[in-house]
Design a binder for this molecule. Sequence first.
Ligand code: G1P
Ligand code: ZN
Length: 574
Amino acid sequence: MYFTLLVHVVSLAPAKKQVKTNKKPHHPDNMDIRTVATTPFSDQKPGTSGLRKSVTTFQQPHYLENFVQSIFDSLENYQGQTLVLGGDGRYYNRKAIQIILKMAAANGFARVKVGQRGILSTPAASCVIRKYKTLGGIILSASHNPGGPNGDFGIKYNIGNGGPAPEKVTEAIYARSKVIDSYKILDGSDINLDTLGESKLGEMVVEVIDSVHDYQELMESLFDFDRIHQLLTSSNFKMSFDAMHAVTGPYARSIIEQRLGAGVGCVQNGTPLEDFGNGHPDPNLVYAHDLVEILFGEYAPDFGAASDGDGDRNMILGRKFFVTPSDSLAIIAANAKFVPAYSQGLAGIARSMPTSQAADRVAAALGIDCYETPTGWKFFGNLLDAGKATLCGEESFGTGSNHIREKDGLWAVLFWLNILAARQQSVEEIVREHWRTYGRNYYSRHDYEGVDSERANTLVKNLQVALPNLKGKKYGAYEVEYSDNFSYTDPVDNSVSTNQGIRIGFTDGSRIVFRLSGTGTQGATLRIYLESFEGDVTKQNIETQQALGDLITIADEIAQIRENTGMDKPTVIT
Ligand code: G1P
Ligand code: ZN
């Protein structure tokens, strides 16, 4: 107790003036600015979604500072501009925010809008960047990765459209991080992040903003809140939302419980905790098991949903019914006419390559384009900006639209609520009707986590070697139609992204996709995506793993998964 108290007192005390070695005394703005000499770290290459490492990695002296300075150094004309800053509330969030604020001040930003208590969900950060037309924003999160002192931390830069920095920017940041030799930081006391309002850090204004307000206003402009309110306050509809002790708690409480009338108790685990209550804040059937038990238990509510660490993912459940994210995207698209902001029609749909082709069928029926992009939300940015796509989705529990430039967990939940309110049918009825109309894409992802990196690379290399000889090969009833390593040419800026995952397509439209995760922090994670199509209504009720049984066997035969990973089954099946 004494120790905790002591630490507290020390951190509240005004920061000690440090010895200023490189002070430039003749420039008044440089009064408290220190230029700190540093040496590069070789591992600051942003992955699928920013730089993610263990907390202990980030706690190394200069580690965070080097990366932040590399971001600033890669931007043009940032002086005098506004930056948005916030994170998912995980361990090290507050500390990192204080450091970044002082670095932003030292580097000449005019203003930083920071979420109260350091909290901004990823979609809320994207919303604030767009609404206030700021230069960009820094989001502190390792998304669904566990938190706490032994967990992960992460940082990513979003550009002025509110979306993740495109590859040319992340590459510039990485290149800078490899040669960086100094960073700038202001000596000053910590900012009070708990109270709304403005204060000064050197010449820079720090504005502590309500984390929820702007985002809630945006949601209200998109959906039929009156209709959803009626649904949520009617006696024959119950829902349960699991915030997994992560960032969406305050958002869901304000929007779903209060504004939409679901009432206190609808949101479970609604207080963001630094270690997410020791959980793994990933809304899927494995990690959101509390919610799954409720929805598959006796007296199950009609609707269940969960969101991840930083609020951009979602899981949708009906009573005793799971909606795959790929189906969710397709169903959202097919029912967009019920939602005010989308009722005028969709420009197009975009999905990541491993996501099932269910959305393609809806796009075809609607007579609109469907784009297939590499994994990662950053690839949707150009399509959204150019007005080519309205809805986007990934199989990894990510769905979103042109309202922001990130995937958006609560948005997807509200979209479903809007559909349910308009159609007055159950989740299961809506999904089954969808399958009857469009056919069912059976779909599953098998993850092998914590695989030795070398073994995982060998597996991919072997596959790569085998690729050219697979066409025409027969595996039981399946014949390979094509096999390639997915490469994407952005239709807007013509940039090319290669090596985005190995695809093996069969003549009946089934697919197996292999790729290595770009977000993991320990060893390698091998992801295998399996998909088959069933148009016959009488065969649409088979258990998913059983329906995909043959493809699962074929995947192992082609990639020698068990032998190469040393594991006899996946660690996570979704
Ligand atoms: C994973 C998902 C991907 C998502 C990303 C960030 O990346 O597969 O769809 O965009 O997290 O949430 P991966 O680990 O597969 O590289
Ligand atoms: Zn996330």
